[in-house]
Design a protein around this ligand. Structure first.
Ligand code: ZN
Length: 187
């Protein structure tokens, strides 16, 4: 993300890089008021919503990769819990009211400073309309999922794991990352 040019605290233009006393990372600090502009990762929260053996996917209307199918998910807003963010994104992208069952996967993408938190969820109700960020939304049986047109490899992997685990009736909890370009999950 581009570095700010002005201090968000005082509006000053004299921003300098450096490691503040007692800190471990180089920061952008304001030489006028001393405000430190911390840059922290963004959290993306979403759900695997299952309903009678079908899985809820939304078809992206927006970049990147419009037309691909994905789990409903999006950036947390300030003041939300991760669960609230996940359920709000499901509602906005699919018109589905869901309820959280349990956490399922924590996946880091350090290259772009993003963390994906995915919950297992159950469908409560489904409206006929949804928000403009989705072209379409559907409940797919596993064999009907457009596996070759899933938005991101890690999304495909956790969906495959979930479907496999549902058959066995035992669910794991996963963490992974794509730091070296590979997608890793550990149980
Ligand atoms: Zn300042």
């Amino acid at each position: 993300m581009p570095a700010p040019r002005y201090c968000s605290q005082c509006g000053g233009a004299d921003l300098q890089h450096g490691c503040p006393p007692g800190d471990t990372h180089s920061r952008l600090s304001c030489a006028t008021c001393g405000f430190v502009h911390y840059v922290n990762p963004k959290i993306i929260a979403g759900c695997i919503v299952e309903h009678e053996g079908r899985y809820l996917l939304s078809q992206r209307a927006i970049a990147p990769r419009p037309g691909t199918w994905t789990l409903p998910a999006g950036f947390m807003e300030a003041g939300e819990t991760t669960e609230q963010a996940a359920l709000r994104e499901v509602w906005e992208e699919t018109g589905v009211q869901a309820r959280i069952v349990a956490p399922y996967s924590i996946f880091s993408v350090p290259r772009i400073s993003e963390v994906y938190i995915v919950f297992r969820a159950a469908l409560v109700s489904m409206e006929d309309t949804w928000g403009s960020e989705s072209l379409d939304r559907r409940l797919f049986l596993p064999d009907d999922i457009p596996w070759d047109n899933i938005y991101y490899p890690a999304i495909r992997q956790i969906l495959e794991r979930y479907i496999h685990e549902r058959a066995a009736g035992v669910y794991g909890l996963y963490m992974g990352n794509d730091e070296d370009g590979q997608v890793h999950f550990v149980r």
